[in-house]
Design a protein around this ligand. Sequence first.
Ligand code: ATP
Ligand code: MG
Length: 425
Amino acid sequence: MAKTIQAIRGMNDCLPEISGTWQKVESVLRQVVASYGYQEIRTPIVESTDLFKRSIGEVTDIVEKEMYTFEDRNGDSLTLRPEGTASCVRAGNEHGLLYNQQQRLWYLGPMFRHERPQKGRYRQFHQFGVEAYGLGGPDIDLEVILLSARLWKAFGISDSVTLQINTLGSNEARQDYRDALVDYLKARADKLDDDSLRRLETNPLRVLDSKNPQVQEAIADAPSLMDYLDDESKTHFETLCSQLTAAGIAYEVNPRLVRGLDYYNRTVFEWVTDSLGAQGTVCAGGRYDGLVEQLGGKATPAVGFAMGMERLVLLLTTLYPQAQDDSAADVYVTALGEDAQAYAVTVSEALRDKHPEVRVMMHCGGGNLKKQLKRADKTGAKLALILGSEEAEQQTVVVKPLRDGNEQETVALENIGSALATILN
Ligand code: ATP
Ligand code: MG
């Protein structure tokens, strides 16, 4: 036998047993973003490497060690997108969507990062995200947070996620803070790991983002950015906090929350869960008022978030294992004998005409009734329709419930809708 080829490590197949859950999740996401007036944007998976270097920042985990970067046949440096925001801004600038305009956008698709694969962390993963442009006030920050909160409600997981927020202030305020932080960190250099020592020189705020417990301990009493905020950022943050409270959204202010990308300013937030072990951040975002200009557009305020789809699906399957439906069909149509086979086609097609929402699978490949019902059972169908030559002649069907132990009954083909009533709701 030929040697089999396997998928790339950290890149998953989405098999039928779980693809139904993904589809349901996606349809809820689409419905919720539409209810806030957000429109979809789809951008290419591959972009110029420069786009990510200039936006995410040279001294970040993503750009330093996680990007899939390669030369194409023309010798251009290209990168598989590690996140969606940079592409949105690139596309927005390129097509004039951002210039003196307001835009509310969303996207969904695969992202690529060369990380160590583990539960909730993969090399190809999927992000759903929203981005709002041209609005600088706390009201739009509130809106994107409300939108995310509505998602948790729609998925029934509000009790399992908590909101952490922080503000990074203005660039100038961060500069003052940076100096104080560097002094503090230099005095504790012996407790920092290599990554943090390097960052101390290049991008000290990033040290706060370290996941190393020893570094975490060393920075426990680090000066707080809150004490260095400019007045406008302070007011912005306080307004957002009081609006969150007014809207009934519980939150925790986490002064250590700095986010792993360079482009954020002012509001940053994360939704975290303790139901998934170490990979607890399900959704993360914030304001990035400088990025549009940094990428060649006119200065435009912006705010958004990205959600890890795999982590959301994991959370759902962890919290609601019973609710995941991997069935392929609702109704399985069996046929015994040649007359019945033609009749089965008629019945199946008629059903699909009348009830397009019902999943009708028609048996193929013949065999006796026992074999056909075994197949029916395997598909997860709730009903089997049993068709023989007698049914074909009399234009009836035998409806056999497969799950609830009820008796089978014979109904006229034209009344089949009522027989399906049990599975239609
Ligand atoms: P983490 O701290 O977990 O590495 P991050 O700060 O790198 O996350 P972002 O770049 O903000 O993550 O991405 C937003 C969301 O995308 C994360 O909160 C997470 O849910 C998801 N995500 C990020 N990286 C991965 C990955 N490698 N595999 C699966 N999901 C991921
Ligand atoms: Mg990361």
